[in-house]
Design a protein around this ligand. Structure first.
Ligand code: PLP
Length: 366
């Protein structure tokens, strides 16, 4: 988190129904719109990403209605679990992890039934795959089916064009490329989705009810007490994104991810995701045979204070995940690679000293 954002979260408290906070709330929503690529007013909730994932499903799926979920990683799996938990009839399209779904397969499945929702994760953080939402959006444009996406780890790091692509509900969270603390869930809803959300007979809901949130928003408020400090932080983070320029922010993510992958590949770590579907906000690398990814993660943290991710799913120990999301610069990538090289060597892996940094530097100066 940038210092400016941290300072904003620590400023003296204001009334969450007062004029000052109303202005902050409005500015936050306004600044999110170009990042989401939407004319809709995004709704903010006091919850994490999973909260708005649940909200997306609970607001559109009546019990027993059908949802088609692209399952190509941990977050698609979570959507399927949530859908099942709320009583929807969930069907999955199972795609090998590391790949995105083939739109032709989705189209063939959509033709087989009246699905209320199609769910496709924008940025799969478990595999480093970027989903082609433009392609899935085209498939639902002339159908009643609503396209729901999770852009928790994508928003403000990779391009998101909600309106142009025909995404009906995009959900995100404050703690990743948006450079803030965890605790704000974001949901952006299309015009097409509102009649479904507002119909009678949907799934029972209260705190995460989009109708209640939207009615409060029309009065310039949130329905319940919002996380005031976090929203002030997010407002400043969004200011910083727009000061840098959204296009430049996205280009920075692309440059850094490209350099990181070049460096890690030079150290002998293959990229997990297929080259056609690479995310710019995080990269996932296969751990070479004979090494345990958990040991790499632990040693990086303990010896160097460098925090990367392992896996909390079937890839546990087999991959490591390194973020290039948010407040990250060239120096972070080069430092990560320097530490990674040291840790790999310490764990007995033959590495050519300096090769990771050299490859990353070359990519950065290309
Ligand atoms: N979706 C994606 C793609 C994520 O990466 C995460 C968290 O890492 C989530 C959803 C869940 O968000 P949270 O942990 O904020 O509930």
């Amino acid at each position: 988190m940038p210092d400016r954002v941290r300072a904003a979260t620590a400023a003296p408290m204001v009334s969450h129904r007062g004029a000052e906070f109303r202005e902050i709330l409005a500015a936050t929503a306004r600044q999110l719109q170009p990042i989401l690529g939407t004319q809709s007013i995004p709704l903010l909730f006091g919850c994490t990403g999973t909260g708005v994932m649940e909200a997306a499903l609970v607001n559109v799926l009546a019990p027993g209605e059908r949802a088609l979920v692209v399952s190509n990683g941990q977050w698609g799996e979570r959507f399927a679990m949530i859908g099942t938990a709320i009583g929807a009839r969930v069907e999955t399209i199972d795609v090998p992890w590391g790949e995105d779904v083939d739109p032709e397969i989705v189209e063939a499945r959509l033709k087989t039934g009246d699905y209320r929702a199609l769910v496709h994760v924008h940025n799969e953080s478990s595999t480093g795959v970027l989903g082609n939402l433009a392609a899935t959006g085209r498939l639902v444009r002339n159908r009643d089916t609503l396209l729901i996406t999770d852009t928790v780890s994508g928003l403000a790091g990779v391009d998101m064009q909600q309106d142009r692509w025909g995404v009906d509900i995009a959900v995100s969270a404050s703690q990743k490329c948006l450079m803030c603390t965890p605790g704000i869930g974001i949901a952006s809803v299309s015009e097409k989705a509102w009649p479904i959300i507002r119909r009678t007979g949907g799934t029972a809901r209260f705190y995460l009810d989009f109708r209640r949130a939207s009615d409060a928003w029309a009065k310039g408020e949130t329905a319940f007490t919002p996380p005031v400090t976090l929203i002030r932080g997010l407002n400043v983070a969004l200011q910083m994104i727009h000061e840098e320029g959204l296009a430049d922010v996205l280009a920075r993510h692309a440059r850094l991810a490209n350099a990181l992958r070049a460096g890690a590949n030079a150290l002998g770590l293959a990229t997990f995701a297929s080259a056609k579907h690479l995310s710019n906000t995080l990269s996932v690398f296969r751990v070479p045979q004979g090494l345990d990814g958990k040991r790499i993660v632990k040693l990086l943290a303990n010896k160097h204070g460098t925090i990367i991710g392992g896996a909390r799913n079937k890839l546990d120990g087999k991959v490591i995940r390194i973020g290039t999301m948010g407040w990250v610069g060239e120096e972070d990538i080069l430092t990560d690679l320097h530490h990674l090289e040291d840790v790999l060597a310490e764990l007995g892996r033959p590495v050519e000293r300096g090769s990771g940094i050299a490859a990353a530097s070359a990519a950065l100066t290309d």
